[in-house]
Design a protein around this ligand. Sequence first.
Ligand SMILES: O=P(O)(O)O[C@H]1O[C@H](CO)[C@@H](O)[C@H]1O
Ligand SMILES: O=c1cc[nH]c(=O)[nH]1
Length: 290
Amino acid sequence: MHLGPSELILNQDGSVYHLNLLPEDIAHTVILVGDPDRVERVSRHFDQVEIEKRKREFITHTGRYKGKRLSVLSTGIGTDNIDIVLNELDALVNIDLVNRKVHKNKQVLNFIRIGTSGAVQAEIPVDSFLLSEYALGFDSVLRYYRGQAERLTEFEDAFMEQTGWDPEKSRPYAVSCSEFLLDHFTEDRICLGFTGSNVGFYGPQGRHLRLQAADPKLHEKLASFSFQGRKLTNFEMETSALYGLSSLMGHRAISMNAIIANRATTTFSKNPRKTVDQLIKWSLDKTLLL
Ligand SMILES: O=P(O)(O)O[C@H]1O[C@H](CO)[C@@H](O)[C@H]1O
Ligand SMILES: O=c1cc[nH]c(=O)[nH]1
């Protein structure tokens, strides 16, 4: 199938529309960070940076870390941005951008999210590292695609029932990380979690400054929900779409969270920057053996 100019949108130099990248600009292991300023905090560890490109909030640095070629790219905040980033990164490796045709043989990318997150269970301390084994997406990005993303539908059904979830909000979907990356990244110091990917930082995570909550029990419902011994452990805003779309496209994804807040104990890290930097260094060393 030929992809027309309004579907596969390219810039004048042939790069993909939002990311401003050409196929040769990215490595097969891509570190995804939310904050554009975090890109340099990752790439400062590289032996050298060979590519630096940007457009809007999407900054990419590609280089070598202890000899291994890596890219680091900022997604900005939210699952809607993940839709853009994953489609365009996938296009770079799986679509012939000149002939506008999908390649027969598909390439597999490794995506490693390094982000911040708030824990919702008291036993997960601030400054710890949490690997999202699963994610519950409150966004609806995945629902716009047909396909076989592995879903934990029993968990979804139990969530709807136990919380009495308002059907006017989207129906949450439960997805999992790449098993291959899970094996590779699991270590004693890493807490495994079921991450809630929310559609906002305030109301959707049960935070309220001046506006009142539509459901004053939302946070309590999310934190106390339990199914077959599994509870939601932490909140952030990208992992569900990252896992769902990676699964549909045949890529591998894992989300590593620096826990900077604990909502149950109402604590916040005294030095979130240090915790994120430690997670960056730990994750970079882990990618070496991929
Ligand atoms: O630190 P990052 O990677 O941006 O991740 C978390 O922080 C942002 C909210 O402050 C959201 O993007 C959330 O997912
Ligand atoms: O509480 C938090 C902290 C970081 N990111 C979030 O989305 N929520």
